[in-house]
Design a protein around this ligand. Structure first.
Ligand SMILES: Cc1ncc(C[n+]2csc(CCOP(=O)(O)OP(=O)(O)O)c2C)c(N)n1
Ligand SMILES: [Mg+2]
Length: 363
């Protein structure tokens, strides 16, 4: 018997706004003036909060964190495409997207100083806390989506984020497998920032694209210029429309770059060249979006200056509020392990508080 071809696949690449700010008018999403300004503001706020946090960390005023600079389009544009009924289930490198969804600037400041209070989310905003355990959040995302399906909740989906490194983690494959089987309303967004700490994308997997990981789970997979906010918006909006219509999950590979260190405890000069970083600097998501707005007559130096001042004041106020806070609950993490009280957790809480008391006595 001759071999018969029974499957064939292809992966598409989407770019709408190129590095120089040229736009493909046929693919350009129809966003209003206010929408475009809001998206620009969201990305700029993410960048500025990131840069301020770096300074605060270097001054010893907050703990370690993973900077998002360079990846703003990959997570802010999806956050912007979501509705209030969708869930944002992130990893640890989406500060701009979280702020766009309504988190306060206090959240990252508190979280990265070790306070559980930084995980508390505004009412009904449908955001899950930061997840440091690589890939684990995707299981929660599919669980939420499955629960929504089970309850017959309409027009809601879950958008979950993870990195290129995450695609080697079993959790993500288990999550995608069940999302495919259940046709769960999930949008998987892989921020392929080329590095998993010091491990380059080339050593992560021999797959030609990360988007093709979707094929095995029977969901569409698309590779997108992750530094192009318009393409990220369109890809996410299309995926959300599918999910809302009951057509199941989608996988988006956002090709982007981590412009700074993995976390503030890392030194990337040990494993990558400045020339590589320089190449990606030319593809900065913020500068190309600014050119796009300028060409439309929506942006200029005066508006930029005004935005910079506004955001500086906003961040200053948050830092001031954060640094004036003293009333923290050290055992707060124990409150959230289960939805209800649990004897074993209470025992652990008492042991932890006892240790703190002992430490305080010896101090
Ligand atoms: C299960 C697990 N293994 C290892 C780690 C340590 N770790 C933290 S981030 C990271 C690399 C993640 O790379 P990637 O998924 O590409 O995300 P990025 O940091 O580039 O955003 C590793 C190995 C972890 N947090 N969780
Ligand atoms: Mg990575």
């Amino acid at each position: 018997m001759p071999l018969k071809e029974i499957e064939r696949f292809s992966v598409s690449y989407l770019q709408i706004l190129d590095e120089k700010g040229n736009v493909d008018e046929e693919l350009e999403p129809k966003l209003s003036h206010d929408d475009l300004i809001r998206l620009n503001r969201g990305m700029f706020l993410g960048r500025e909060v990131d840069q301020r946090m770096l300074k605060l960390q270097r001054q010893g005023r907050i703990g370690a964190f993973g900077p998002c600079t360079g990846q703003e389009a990959a997570h802010c544009a999806p956050a912007f495409a979501m509705t209030d009924k969708d869930w944002f289930v992130g990893a640890f490198r989406e500060v701009g997207g979280r702020l766009m969804r309504g988190e306060s600037i206090l959240n990252p400041l508190l979280f990265h100083n070790g306070f559980e209070e930084g995980n508390l989310q505004p009412d009904r905003k449908r955001i899950l806390p930061i997840s440091i355990i690589v890939g684990s959040q995707t299981l929660h995302a599919v669980g939420i989506a499955y629960a929504m399906q089970y309850r017959g909740e309409k027009d809601s989906a879950v958008v979950t984020f993870f990195g290129d490194g995450g695609t080697s983690q079993g959790d993500i494959h288990e999550a995608m497998n069940f999302a495919g089987v259940w046709k769960a309303p999930v949008v998987f967004i892989c921020q392929n920032n080329q590095w998993a700490i010091s491990l380059p994308r080339s050593k992560q997997t021999s797959s030609g694209t990360l988007a093709q990981k979707a094929i095995a789970y029977d969901m569409p997979g698309i590779q997108v210029d992750g530094n192009d906010a318009l393409a990220m918006y369109k890809a996410t909006k299309d995926a959300l429309d599918r999910a809302h219509a009951g057509e199941g999950p989608t996988f988006i590979e956002a090709v982007t770059y981590r412009m700074m260190m993995h976390t503030t405890a890392d030194d990337p000069t040990k494993y990558r060249t400045e020339a590589e970083v320089e190449e990606w600097r030319k593809r900065d998501p913020l500068s190309r979006f600014r050119i796009y707005l300028e060409k439309k007559g929506m942006w200029d130096d005066a508006r930029q200056k005004k935005l910079e001042e506004e955001i500086k004041n906003e961040i200053d106020a948050a830092v001031k509020e954060f640094e004036a806070m003293t009333d923290f609950k050290p055992d707060a993490p124990f409150d959230f392990v289960f939805g209800t009280r649990h004897d074993e957790i209470e025992e652990q809480r008492q042991a932890f508080l006892e240790e703190l008391r002992k430490e305080a006595q010896h101090a």
